[in-house]
Design a protein around this ligand. Structure first.
Ligand code: QAP
Ligand code: CO
Length: 168
């Protein structure tokens, strides 16, 4: 297993649109294992393939307290089940050190495939619903900072850009 490099905002590769997964093979299983290891090492609750520069429709989530309940969603689609919104302070492994409140539909139905290609359906509420929507946004080249004011986004961008320049 290996720890993968996580792209950071404003890296333009975070804006790519991911392609559906069509082959469910050993290589995909290795990618999932590596993404899980990467997410746990970084102490994240969710990670989309886009964030590790793989532009395939695949994301992983673990919102459990014990960090022992990984969920894998391949080619995920969501349906909003309620008009009600919920607010969370969202962060992102690709926007390290920044947290801002975002409102999203509180309850969604997800249709996805597992690592073997089996289709499944699941309803999600609250933090899980928020996390899945956040991760699907990554597959569509979107980031939580896109929901903030231009001023806030630019402030975050210039701070992170300075960090990137320092380490370059
Ligand atoms: C998305 O984000 C999420 O800045 C997953 O220094 C987050 O796992 C959805 C992280 C909150 C809903 C609510 C961020 C770790 C992890 C950081 C993450 C950091 C270290 C973010
Ligand atoms: Co994120």
């Amino acid at each position: 297993m290996s720890i993968l490099q996580i792209l950071e905002f404003p890296d333009p590769r975070l804006r790519k649109i991911a392609e559906p997964v069509s082959v469910f093979d050993e290589k995909l299983e290795v990618l999932i294992e590596d993404m899980l290891e990467t997410m746990y090492e970084a102490e994240g609750i969710g990670l989309a393939a886009t964030q590790v520069d793989v532009h395939k429709r695949l994301l992983i989530i673990d919102v459990s307290e014990n960090r022992d309940s990984p969920q894998v969603f391949i080619n995920p689609e969501i349906k909003i089940l309620e008009d009600e919104l919920s607010e969370y302070d969202e962060g992102c492994l690709s926007v390290p050190g920044f947290y801002e409140t975002v409102s999203r539909p509180r309850m969604v139905k997800i249709t996805a495939q597992d690592a073997k290609g089996e289709k499944f359906e699941q309803t999600a509420e609250d933090i899980l619903a928020t996390c899945i929507q956040h991760e699907i946004d990554h597959l569509d080249g979107k980031l939580f900072v896109d929901y903030l004011s231009i001023l806030k986004r630019q402030r975050i961008r210039s701070k992170l850009q300075k960090e990137l320049n320092k380490s370059a």
